[in-house]
Design a protein around this ligand. Structure first.
Ligand SMILES: C[S@@+](CC[C@H](N)C(=O)[O-])C[C@H]1O[C@@H](n2cnc3c(N)ncnc32)[C@H](O)[C@@H]1O
Length: 186
């Protein structure tokens, strides 16, 4: 897997549009914005939800310290197979729904998480599943931890607001389509 844009990634995204919610991987600019709040020197456990083709995953692995672990939860088999080809002992890929964070952390013996980074297409996921995912994220983040999510609209802002202590919102035009970036603080 490379960090470069591949036409086959777009084909997979389009083929699975109902669960991916997009036709192109996130731009470098969006990924940079999304990951900006992460203190890579101190982070020891990061969870990524909906890694897809791995454009965010690659950037995380590049910047993470040697003793930080990255746990990816992805429902699409093809993307899971692609991510499993990445040779990096810090990376743990699970073919699982984002709502199963706790059981996967138990399996890997982690009590809590520093950051949860998400590309989930929240507006396409059922409301009760979104609520469940947000509760899971919040209950597994350490105090002061961050939930980092991008979205092409503010459709799920009202779901996040009551869950987190504070939310900082940014916007970038440098992505197709332009996107909001949420930094949710526990
Ligand atoms: C927009 S794509 C993100 C791809 C890549 N991270 C990026 O930013 O370009 C969203 C990904 O979320 C995955 N996904 C959708 N629902 C999910 C769920 N409930 N749990 C885990 N992954 C999910 C999709 O299969 C897809 O790969």
């Amino acid at each position: 897997m490379t960090a470069r844009f591949k036409f086959s990634d777009s084909i997979k995204l389009i083929k699975n549009i109902k669960t991916t919610g997009t036709i192109t991987p996130s731009s470098k600019n969006l990924v940079r914005r999304l990951l900006a709040p992460i203190d890579f020197a101190s982070a020891r456990c990061i969870v990524e939800l909906g890694p897809g083709n791995g454009c965010v995953t690659q950037s995380l692995l590049k910047r993470m310290s040697e003793d930080c672990v990255l746990i990816c939860l992805e429902v699409n088999n093809e993307f899971v197979a692609e991510l499993n080809r990445v040779e990096d002992s810090r990376l743990h890929v699970y073919n699982a729904c984002a709502s199963s964070i706790r059981e996967i952390l138990d399996e890997l013996n982690f009590v809590e998480v520093d950051y949860v980074v998400s590309s989930l297409p929240l507006s396409l996921i059922d409301d009760d599943v979104v609520k469940n995912i947000l509760v899971e994220v919040d209950s597994n983040l350490k105090k002061g931890g961050r939930f980092l999510q991008y979205q092409y609209s503010l459709a799920n802002y009202s779901d996040m607001k009551p869950v987190f202590r504070d939310i900082k919102l940014k916007f970038t035009f440098r992505n197709m389509p332009p996107a909001f970036v949420y930094e949710c603080i526990k």
